[in-house]
Design a protein around this ligand. Structure first.
Ligand code: SAM
Length: 499
């Protein structure tokens, strides 16, 4: 007790330094050591350690690309997880403007002992999240730089011509707040009715979707926004999908833990649904990890058939293996292989008639994944001003897109080589034409034995189609976060022309 009391008094006055960290090992207590002790113990004293703890987590996410949710939920911290998740996610969303403000205010140059990740969190809380009082021993720093930071925020807003703080965030991160949670029912483990009944028993209320809502984007958004916590509805396009309010937490739900449900964005359910292989089929999933679409295929064929799942990343394939095991996908054989090296004439693939191709893409349509926030380029040294940052991004981005599109085209052409192929579903979670319609048109022009399937086989109830500057655009499908409340997505279904 006495120790804790002494610590809390000291930490309000002193800031962490390297020497205090070292002395931790000795275990003796004096005023300068108390701060370090606080830092290493788990969050017993919320007010004192919150920033250090979240700074550490943020640093791990950004430098080691560790999954934020996993990191937080693996920590032994009581009653803090939701708070931490919220603060860190929000800080990541504001990362770009925050970096500019911090750089222009000289905060890190003047406060050498201040960790850059703590500085991001600190500045975020000061400028954008006034409600929380977690400054602890950083209070002095905050007060010293408060005016400069606020001034730099104003300068940035003026420069960008925005009024509200939220307008500083990339549009795709703002849309995220409107996207509901989609839950796919894994029919290998439980039927739709069984899953609905379990949710009802857990206190969720099933509400009937008003079908007309789905025809009017403006109403849909209100319908999702008004989807209260603990209510859910069935999706009208996909028969194995449920929709929950955006804040629903499933992490310890038994249906998720036992593989009966899979959290998967609606648009990402399109490829397997549209490919729709019949029971008994042999199917290839070319770029399969982490395995959401593979497990969807297994659910559609009810494990009656064979699915060959490839991925060239050992690490990602491990995730796929864990997912298919949990989801009970006994029809799947996974291999760590470069799909482009898979021999189409190998005896083993002679009965393959369906291919799902969901290759690496720019991910420009992704709005709600944490790793997007984390994989944003860290332009620490270049944040002189927004113009140079944007220019640098554009050049890098064009080169990256070109190389992705070349790879995507090569994959489609490789799929065409399988001797008994009937249908190939090509998809990306990108909104860039160069990775979508352009790749499809190039593929068709290079192999005249294939065509796009008729619209009626490509979810024809879905409104947003391919860009109409391209031939057969109606036969392709697109989704847009701001209209469809899914990630941005593209699907094209090829079929072999019968001779
Ligand atoms: C968009 S992700 C696939 C997502 C997956 N379809 C799902 O729904 O879970 C693309 C995957 O392609 C893999 N990949 C990239 N190039 C590959 C190649 N040449 N051969 C096999 N896999 C590849 C990546 O490792 C990544 O896991």
């Amino acid at each position: 007790m006495g120790k804790n009391k002494k610590t809390s008094v000291t930490t309000k006055l002193s800031k962490p330094n390297k020497s205090s960290k070292k002395t931790l090992v000795s275990g003796s207590i004096n005023s300068s050591k108390c701060t370090a002790i606080n830092k290493t113990k788990t969050l017993k004293n919320k007010k004192i350690n919150f920033l250090d703890e979240s700074g550490e987590i943020l640093k791990k996410c950004l430098t080691k690309k560790v999954n934020l949710k996993n990191l937080i939920y693996s920590k032994n911290i009581q009653n803090q997880k939701k708070n931490l998740l919220k603060i860190i996610t929000q800080t990541l969303k504001f990362k770009k403007p925050l970096q500019i403000i911090i750089k222009n205010s000289n905060l890190l140059a003047e406060e050498k002992s201040l960790d850059e990740h703590v500085a991001l969190l600190l500045t975020y809380q000061l400028l954008f999240f006034r409600g929380l009082k977690e400054f602890g021993y950083y209070k002095k720093i905050v007060l010293k730089h408060k005016e400069t930071l606020r001034k730099e925020l104003l300068n940035l807003k003026n420069k960008m011509g925005v009024i509200k703080n939220e307008d500083l965030i990339d549009e795709k991160f703002r849309i995220e707040d409107d996207i509901p949670r989609y839950v796919r029912v894994n029919k290998l483990k439980a039927s739709m009715e069984e899953v609905i009944n379990v949710f009802k028993a857990q206190g969720y209320e099933l509400i009937n979707p008003d079908i007309s809502l789905f025809e009017d984007g403006a109403k849909v958004i209100n319908s999702f926004k008004n989807l209260k916590s603990k209510t859910f509805m069935r999706d009208i396009h996909l028969n194995d999908l449920l929709i929950f309010s955006k804040n629903t937490d499933f992490h310890d739900n038994k249906l998720l833990l036992n593989g009966s449900i899979i959290l998967q964005d609606k648009a990402s359910c399109f490829p397997a649904y549209i490919l729709n292989p019949p029971k008994g089929s042999h199917i290839i999933d070319c770029c399969a990890a982490p395995g959401n679409k593979t497990s969807h295929l297994a659910s559609i064929i009810d494990n009656d058939g064979r699915i060959f799942a490839f991925d060239h990343s050992e690490r990602r394939l491990q995730t796929l293996n864990a997912l298919i095991k949990k989801a009970g996908c006994s029809s799947v054989t996974s291999s760590c292989e470069n799909f482009l090296n898979v021999d189409p004439n190998d005896e083993i693939y002679k009965d393959v008639e369906y291919i799902l191709l969901d290759p690496s893409c720019s991910g420009s349509g992704i709005v709600s994944r944490m790793d997007l926030l984390i994989s944003q380029q860290d332009h620490k040294d270049e944040v002189e001003d927004l113009d140079s940052l944007e220019k640098l991004k554009e050049e890098e981005e064009m080169a990256r897109l070109k190389s992705l599109a070349d790879f995507q085209l090569e994959c489609i052409l490789h799929c065409f080589k399988f001797p008994n192929i009937k249908k190939i579903c090509y998809s990306t979670c990108s909104v860039n034409t160069i990775e979508n319609e352009e790749v499809v048109m190039k593929a068709l022009s290079q192999n005249k034995n294939f065509q796009l399937c008729e619209k009626k086989k490509v979810l024809d109830t879905w409104k947003n189609r391919g860009l109409n500057t391209f031939q057969d655009s109606e036969k392709m499908l697109r989704s847009y976060p701001e209209q469809d409340f899914t990630i941005g997505f593209f699907v094209a279904l090829f079929e072999k022309i019968e001779m």
